[in-house]
Structures are given as C-alpha cells and as structure tokens.
Design a protein around this ligand. Structure first.
Ligand SMILES: CC(C)(COP(=O)(O)OP(=O)(O)OC[C@H]1O[C@@H](n2cnc3c(N)ncnc32)[C@H](O)[C@@H]1OP(=O)(O)O)[C@@H](O)C(=O)NCCC(=O)NCCS
Length: 184
C-alpha cells in the first residue's frame, strides 16, 4: 500500500519545491480548461494562509488551503477560514484522503484560534463529499469579487457550506453574506 503523509504548511513557509509540486498537481487537473496555476491568485480566486498537503514521497497528491477573513453576514461580522484548492490526485481518490486532508485543515483552523467557522462554496455534485466531513449547507445570497476582479452577487441556492469550529451550525447568523473580497 502507498504511504501517504500529510503536513500543514504556512503560505510563506512553502519551499520552491513545494510550489513546483503543487503546480504539477493543479496543472494535471486544470491546465487545459483554466490555464496556468498561480499560487498567489489561483485561477483568479483568493490565496491561502495555510496549506494542508498530502505527499507520496516527494510528490504532492492532495491539497486543501484556507485563508482567515472577517466577512459580513446579515448585520454583523463572522471570522471565518475560507477554504479552496481542494484537490486529490486522480490516482488516489476514493480512499478517504480527501476527508483526511479536510480534517487536517480543520485542526489547523482550530489551532489558529478565534476562527468561528470554516466556509466554502462548491459545485452541487461535490456537496456530499463536504457533508461527509461534518460541513453544513446553508442558503444565503452572496456578494464577492469575481475571479476577474468585479463585484458580483449570487442569489441564494448555490452551494455554500460552513464548518462550526467555536460554535454550532445553528449559531450561523441569518442574512446575506458579503465575502469582502474574492472567494477561495
Ligand atoms: C472531491 C475530492 C476532493 C474527493 O476526494 P477523495 O479523496 O476521493 O474523497 P474521500 O475518499 O475522502 O471521500 C469521502 C466521502 O466523500 C464522498 N465523495 C468523494 N468524492 C465525491 C464527489 N466527487 N462527489 C460527491 N461525493 C464524493 C465519498 O463517497 C466518501 O463518502 P463515504 O465516507 O460515505 O464513503 C476529489 O474527488 C477531487 O479532487 N475531485 C476533483 C476536484 C474537486 O472537485 N474538488 C472540489 C472542488 S469544490
């Protein structure tokens, strides 16, 4: 059986070898449809403060990233970790690695302190993957900055998922969401 190791690395502590390996992982999946991967603005999305990375030997075979941000929800503010760049290499999917990396990312959010919820948006098809790891779907209108840098608003209904860290899912406030920047 292949030995897979999981580590978490702060964005500014990534080595150039880590970045090269991450680029290989992302290019294999997205180069044809989305062009070159840029670690500081991946496909036009927001960058990450922390990277949970799965390796087989030197090769990176999985990634989850997150960024701390204070966003607006309803009349108030919520401190979140916005999650993105969730990708498992095709050859090791379906073995629980996605869930393991998400669990690692969650632990780093808890360790960072003061973050109330994990937060992400995804395609409809992938919702069951996140729900299997303890994420909850919510419904809200969402304002953000698009991948092209323009203000956009999505009507309620598109998949938004939250992960309670210092609270329960019921503590998520009612109201529209403003990401105050790009999604992840
Ligand atoms: C989605 C993805 C990260 C899942 O990784 P994985 O290592 O194969 O997932 P796991 O083996 O940990 O699966 C955990 C659970 O999620 C479910 N699941 C896995 N992939 C899924 C998918 N694509 N859609 C829906 N459910 C999925 C599994 O059935 C499993 O459920 P179980 O615990 O009841 O058996 C992986 O398929 C991937 O990288 N896909 C391409 C990129 C992508 O879509 N990323 C998400 C962007 S929002």
């Amino acid at each position: 059986m292949t030995k897979i190791s999981i580590v978490s690395i702060a964005h500014n502590a990534l080595s150039s070898r880590d970045v090269d390996q991450l680029r290989k992982l992302f290019d294999a999946e997205y180069l044809r449809d989305f062009g070159a991967w840029d670690i500081d603005r991946p496909y036009g999305y927001a960058p990450h403060d922390v990277h949970a990375i799965a390796r087989v030997g030197e090769s990176v075979v999985g990634h989850v990233g997150w960024e701390r941000r204070t966003i607006e929800v309803g009349q108030g503010e919520v401190e979140i970790a916005g999650v993105g760049g969730v990708l498992i290499s095709e050859r090791v999917r379906g073995q629980g690695l996605g869930n393991r990396l998400m669990a690692c990312a969650k632990q780093t959010m808890v360790d960072a302190g003061g973050i109330e919820f994990g937060f992400l948006g995804c395609r409809e098809k992938v919702v069951p993957f996140y729900e299997s790891g303890g994420w909850y779907r919510i419904s809200a209108a969402e304002r953000s900055i698009s991948r092209e840098g323009l203000p956009v608003e999505a009507a309620p209904g598109q998949p938004i998922l939250i992960l309670p860290l210092e609270s329960t899912a019921d503590d998520w406030p009612v109201g529209d969401v403003d990401l105050r920047g790009r999604a992840w």
